[in-house]
Design a protein around this ligand. Structure first.
Ligand code: DLL
Length: 433
């Protein structure tokens, strides 16, 4: 089922809508947000200089630091009396990035989520357990309101308290699980510990995962553990939260709601716009947001756009899985590698579970990595020969596939950290003395 007719428009219609809404957004920021007026003036740019959609490339980029420097509400285009909700994304250091929504923004947001949950298979017959953290994080509230919009029964359990999650899931007959992919894996483990086989004893058939990257290997592991159909969705607090894009059941990339967002792919080093299909940094201009309109927001997420037709009938452009972020790329011995590429190699090796930890060190001027990799079966630890050969296989796969030399530590099942929200797979110890 397709939630809204705006998901199936022709390319020209999208471009027409995008241009109209872009103009409106530019006028609004120029009039109401001093930060943007100054930026435009410094570039000698007036709103009327934007005369077609391609002119978007004349506009300045916005980056996270712009929001931080204007903390908390400096980039808002409406007074607080028109704001009905705040959220914030937790920065690792310093102040969070604050975002706000008007009543209309809230309605748009739930419509966008209604689209992505519908494309993932969820209907009003479903019981949806939202196991993202409720609070300033946009994940839980975002999904919650869109699920209600389509008439699904929502269990707002939040993240954590995993044994209780499993009990509720069993007793309420949950059919839809919503959380980060890493938490889904952790939950399956706890279920098994509690003597519950998620495949046989639970009714979960849809898994809607997002908020962090995950490879196809990770999807396989989740599907195997749960016997569910997993789709992925993408979003970012600054852009609205979840709801920017989501996978349909064809699993051929995430459909971007183009009547609300204009996506571009740029070369992260030069800022130049890349042709369709090329891999680069995703830049998004939300074109219907009232409280916090942003122009050409640099997401730092690496992906590519796919304009070919999708089997599901939706005509919106799709983005491929996020390959990594411009700020999480590792350079090991001169080779650029994303943690997701390491994950893909590891999860193709049978004896290894989906839990690993990458540690990055500085040795002299060089970056070195060591990877703790969890075994699926503790019995392997009894055979030195088997361990040795597995260790060699992992090293050789990483070297031949990615060109990376890594030190591998094979560790017992259940010995690495588990996550209830976004996983932290890379420990960067380069700054430590
Ligand atoms: O994570 C919004 C969200 C919540 C999306 C729940 C989907 C589901 P932030 O906390 O602002 O917002 O983090 C945004 O998370 O720039 C990506 O790097 C990463 N991210 C989000 N979804 C995906 C995904 C929410 N499907 C940042 N794949 C983004 C890879 C993702 N990375």
């Amino acid at each position: 089922m397709i939630w809204s007719k705006e998901e199936t428009l022709g390319r020209e219609q999208y471009e027409k809508i995008q241009f109209e809404r872009l103009k409106k957004t530019i006028n609004s920021v120029y009039e109401k947000v001093p930060f943007y007026r100054q930026r435009f003036k410094a570039m000698g740019l007036l709103p009327e200089d934007i005369q077609c959609l391609n002119d978007i490339s004349k506009l300045p980029f916005t980056v996270k630091d712009d929001l931080r420097e204007n903390y908390p509400f400096g980039l808002f285009a409406v007074p607080n009396k028109d704001v009905v909700r705040f959220h914030a994304s937790s920065g690792t250091t310093g102040k969070p990035t604050v975002v706000g929504y008007t009543k209309n923004d809230m309605e748009v947001w739930s419509q966008l989520i209604a689209r992505i949950v519908t494309m993932a298979g969820v209907t009003n017959e479903d019981i949806a357990q939202v196991a993202f953290g409720y609070g300033l994080f946009t994940g839980a509230f975002g999904l919650h309101q869109g699920l209600e919009k389509i008439g699904a029964s929502v269990i707002p359990i939040s993240s954590g308290n995993t044994k209780k999650q499993i009990m509720i899931m069993k007793d309420f007959g949950t059919t839809t699980l919503i959380c980060t992919p890493s938490y889904a894996l952790h939950m399956a483990e706890i279920a098994k510990e509690e003597g519950i086989d998620p495949k046989k004893d639970l009714k979960v058939k849809w898994g809607l995962f997002g908020g962090e990257g995950s490879t196809e290997g990770m999807r396989r592991q989740i599907n195997q553990a749960w016997g569910l159909f997993a789709t992925e969705n993408y979003g970012m607090s600054e852009l609205i939260g979840p709801g920017v894009s989501g996978e349909c059941k064809s699993l051929k990339g995430m459909h971007i709601s183009e009547d609300h967002f204009i996506p571009e792919i740029i070369n992260p080093e030069t800022g130049e716009v890349l042709p369709p299909g090329e891999v680069g940094e995703l830049v998004i201009t939300p074109i219907t947001k009232e409280a916090l309109p942003l122009i050409r927001y640099r997401t730092k997420d690496i992906t590519r756009l796919m304009y070919e037709k999708c089997d599901c009938g939706r005509t919106t452009v799709r983005m491929s899985k996020i390959e990594g972020r411009t700020d999480d790329m590792l350079i090991i011995g001169g080779v650029n590698v994303f943690p997701s590429q390491i994950e893909e190699v590891l999860l193709n090796i049978e004896e290894i579970g989906p839990h690993y930890q990458i540690k990055v060190f500085k040795k002299g001027f060089l970056d070195k990595i060591e990877i703790d990799v969890e075994l699926i079966d503790a019995n392997l630890l009894d055979s030195f020969a088997l361990l040795e050969s597995l260790n060699n296989k992992i090293k050789s796969d990483l070297r031949t596939i990615l060109g990376v030399d890594a030190k591998i530590h094979l560790v017992e099942p259940r010995s690495l950290a588990r996550y209830e929200g976004k996983a932290k797979r890379v420990l960067d110890m380069r700054d430590e003395k």
